[in-house]
Design a protein around this ligand. Sequence first.
Ligand code: CTP
Length: 409
Amino acid sequence: MTQRVLLIIGGGIAAYKSLDLIRRLRERGATVRVVLTRAAQEFVTPLAAGALSNERVFTDLFDLDDEREIGHIRLARDTDLIILAPATADLLAKMATGQANDLATAVLLATDKPVLAAPAMNPRMWSHPATRRNVHQLEADGIAFVGPNAGEMAERGEAGVGRMSEATEIAEAAAQLLAGLAPSKTGPLAGRHVLVTSGPTHEPIDPVRYIANRSSGKQGHAIAAAAASAGARVTLVSGPVTLNDPPGVTVIKVQTAAEMLSTVEAALPADIAIFAAAVADWRVAAAAGQKMKKTSDSAAPTLTLAVNPDILKSIAKRTPRRPALVIGFAAETDAVIPHAQKKRKDKAADWIVANDVSPATGTFGGDWNTVHLVTADGVTSWPPQSKDDVARRLIEQAAAWLAANQTEV
Ligand code: CTP
């Protein structure tokens, strides 16, 4: 690497790793110029960055001397690559909306060079819909990302996806970009395919009427989003819901259980399949082709039902292309754990996430969930938490399981 890198250091505890990054980039032969945001200077000093880069460090848009000698436009252009590390939630938001109210953001808006962002933030901030939207927008704008990784956060007791990639990983991604290659996605599920079903199904009675249930799709959609933010390629097969598509996820919309099954089969192979959809157990055996008319005030029609395919069971029991980890949900209103244990065996699922959906819990349609994870090893009851947290925790555990079992599709 004999190229010029402009390293913009954002304000976060991970900024100390960016000092190491300067060294790693220089070891690879790059010259490194550093811009420190105002917040970054709370964590690292211009003196340290200058000593390591052996170059002058830039800190403020309105430094008139700097603007005379080398304006932000030149700083943005006289480089082969810009690295933003740590890329804080705030910097990503500013970049995604084209703000330019300090030197770092002005450089990022003025540049026509490749930009590599290494996000670092609290896992909740990383998986927040606003950050998901911003990352999606930035990816569409051509910004490359490295990380974040999973692990312990600086905040005590916090773990999840949000740790900035290590300096060596960022330097490697930078080398790939400088060589004209797109850096591969990173994260605990990078290179993995995760398949998720979500929402209810609608089973037609006639062209205007259908059988449905109260599932909102919130839990399944949150799982798809969490898998995408862990670096996976995600296919979400969703019944009719009013939710937005999670960014960075391939969403395939279906109506009926039969459509959901064929779509899921077509999306295989997958490393992990998570069946969060509330699939209708029955469909109308012979849905009318025309709207059914009232024949008289007293005679109500009799609907004959047929059993729908069990999607989870048929995928879990297939031999070729069975996903390495098959996870089902069990919506129960009584004897939650015993029913879930029976369901795990009957449906050949590896794990069952059991939840109490009796009306008093408000689970259906609500934002919170109380679940028990049922595996071959036993039952773990999770404290009540948001559906986003359930999703993150489930994805973390699935990623850890996959890493330990090292199965590739
Ligand atoms: N499921 C499925 N296809 C079906 C029915 C259910 O894939 N036709 C999946 C759900 O996505 C969920 C799990 O099976 O992961 C359990 O769903 P649940 O509704 O709790 O179980 P049922 O099989 O419908 O059993 P019951 O209604 O008797 O509780």
